[in-house]
Design a protein around this ligand. Structure first.
Ligand code: SF4
Length: 187
């Protein structure tokens, strides 16, 4: 539901949906029209169709959602970000994830010259995300949450709050703008 849609708009739909379909098995057993109907008003109906196709595929394979990003990506409607998010947040796998917020933080911190709109730029951002993952899945869970929060609250699209940023000592954008003595004074 959160693909292309903000949390505030999704919350009520999410609760109504999981009340009607508490498990993936309930989604799989419902006719496609019932799932689309429960989605009414949220838009981007391909997501509802993909969810129904995914539920049926998972049910046919035994009913358990896979935990690894590669297996998740093979399911309908699951892209690299969703695969990484589900693997990390639901299964505590050591998986990277790059959404818009994370991409902005990684670019500013490690590669300010990189163009995130290009395929090469996206591949480079995913490579950076992989390279800084902690060793354990549990630590990766916290790390990924922290990166997303950093992008949502501190290193935002509108403003960079560098003076209260916990990673400024390692940030290339901050280093390029603030002279060395001042950097030490502010940390
Ligand atoms: S120091 Fe500034 S530019 Fe760097 S990650 Fe933090 S908020 Fe973003």
């Amino acid at each position: 539901m959160l693909q292309q849609t903000q949390v505030a708009r999704v919350v009520d739909y999410y609760h109504a949906f999981v009340t009607r379909f508490p498990t993936l098995r309930h989604v799989a057993e419902a006719p496609p029209s019932a799932v689309t109907e429960a989605w009414a008003g949220l838009g981007y109906y391909a997501r509802a169709r993909n969810l129904h196709a995914l539920a049926r595929e998972v049910a046919a394979a035994g009913g358990a959602l896979p935990a690894e990003p590669a297996a998740l990506r093979a399911l309908p409607g699951i892209g690299p970000y969703t695969a990484g998010a589900v693997a990390s947040f639901a299964f505590e796998r050591r998986a990277a994830l790059v959404d818009t917020n994370v991409a902005r933080v990684l670019r500013r911190a490690f590669a300010p010259a990189l163009d995130p709109k290009t395929g090469a730029g996206q591949r480079a951002l995913w490579a950076i995300a992989e390279s800084i993952l902690p060793r354990s899945g549990r630590a990766a869970w916290t790390h990924n949450q922290a990166l997303m929060e950093l992008g949502a609250l501190v290193c935002t699209a509108r403003a960079r709050h560098c003076t209260r940023c916990p990673v400024r000592a390692h940030c290339a954008t901050f280093a390029a703008e603030v002279p060395l003595p001042a950097r030490h004074r502010s940390s």
